[in-house]
Unconditional design. Structure first.
Length: 61
């Protein structure tokens, strides 16, 4: 059976600020966002993935 997992990044200061649109801005996660990422890591541990896809990310120059 096909299983699809959809994830969004953890909280940042900008999206915690009244859900402000951030676009592709590379802003660090807040302490809450880091905790959210760690919780997802624990939940997905041991799952074998056939593929992983993500939206584009613009690395800082």
């Amino acid at each position: 059976m096909l299983k699809v997992y959809l994830l969004r990044h953890g909280q940042t200061a900008w999206n915690a600020d009244n859900n402000r649109y951030c676009g592709r801005t590379d802003i660090p996660l807040t302490a809450k966002g880091i905790a959210q990422a760690e919780a997802v890591r624990e939940q997905l541990q041991g799952i074998a993935f056939d593929g992983v896809y993500s939206s584009p990310w613009n690395a800082p120059s």
